[in-house]
Design a protein around this ligand. Structure first.
Ligand code: A3P
Length: 296
């Protein structure tokens, strides 16, 4: 795999104006025609919103707290990322999903308008995780530095412009969080927030379990809580991505499980950037009954 990666030149493409890896665009027909099943559970997020965290929680809810089984495979194998077409010999998300037994947990970063239509034909349940844009941007900046499958983010200042203009991979944070928010009325979507998970993990585990129709014992909830703490996931090779070679994720640049905090943006945003962000946020969120915390 490392050898194959040396030869790869990475390019971005675009689908309906949304920047996506070129390999994803090339496989669009296969991804678009992906066949969901009625009992699929989808984890949908803008990148860096806490996807991996939600994946581990939801897997453990389905397993009723069986932490041993939760370690059966790395998170990106046990929960296929349907948007992704990695280089061979790694299997695409669609290939992995097609081979899986039900009930399946699946991951996507697609904005609502790009998800495969069969999601809605099959009325799947979706757990959406949103994270305040400022922390998302900081986390994504570091992620693009270490993930060799994504463009280098350049300087922080350059990245700020890229993110704000919706040019980061998977597009505009604003379009993403608003699009999925507005879809709640039509589809089975549980809309959750990273900041709420940080505030009260147990409450959010119960909320997710209820949404999935799972009645968990107190013991199971306690086990899930412990297994999905930041430190536990940072130490767990099945969730911390250390099984991927340096040619894919170079964790010497920054670890995947980086800080796991709310408000790290305060260590990165310049006063001028903060003003630009706040003005844009006000404009973009006008008339939308969706509020984010921890932006001040
Ligand atoms: P930071 O870079 O701010 O640390 P995703 O899985 O969507 O790529 O999101 C990754 C972000 O979620 C990273 O944020 C990571 O540290 C954080 N994260 C992952 N697991 C977590 C956990 N158990 N508790 C808190 N944050 C977690």
């Amino acid at each position: 795999l490392a050898k194959a990666l040396e030869k790869v030149t990475f390019t971005m493409g675009e689908m309906e104006g949304v920047p996506l890896p070129q390999d994803t665009c090339d496989a669009w027909e296969t991804i678009h025609n992906f066949q969901a099943r009625e009992d699929d559970i989808i984890i949908a997020t803008y990148p860096k919103a806490g996807t991996t965290w939600a994946q581990e929680i939801l897997d453990l809810i389905m397993l009723e707290g069986d932490t041993l089984k939760a370690c059966r495979a790395p998170c990106f194998i046990k929960i296929p990322f349907i948007d992704l077409v990695p280089i061979k010999p790694m299997k695409s998300g669609v290939e992995l999903a097609n081979k899986m037994e039900s009930p399946r947990l699946l991951k996507t970063h697609f904005p609502i308008q790009l998800v495969p239509p069969s999601f809605w034909e099959k009325n799947v349940k979706v757990v959406y995780v949103a994270r305040n844009a400022k922390d998302c941007m900081v986390s994504y900046y570091y992620f693009q530095k270490m993930n060799k499958g994504l463009p280098d983010p350049g300087t922080w200042d350059e990245y700020f412009s890229t993110f704000m203009s919706g040019k980061a991979p998977w597009g505009s944070w604003f379009d993403h969080v608003i699009g999925w928010w507005n879809a709640r009325e039509k589809h089975q979507i549980l809309y959750t927030f990273y900041e709420d998970l940080i505030e009260d993990l147990e409450r959010e585990i119960r909320r997710m379990a209820k949404f999935l129709g799972k009645d968990l014992s107190e013991e199971a909830i306690e086990k899930i809580k412990q297994h999905t703490s930041f430190q536990a996931m940072k130490d767990n090779p099945m969730t911390n991505f250390t099984v991927l070679p340096k040619a894919v994720f170079d964790q010497s640049v920054t670890p995947f499980m980086r800080k796991g905090k709310v408000g790290d943006w305060k260590n990165h945003f310049l006063v001028s950037q903060n003003e630009v962000f706040d003005a844009t946020y006000k404009k973009r969120m006008e008339g939308v009954d969706l509020t984010f915390r921890d932006l001040l």
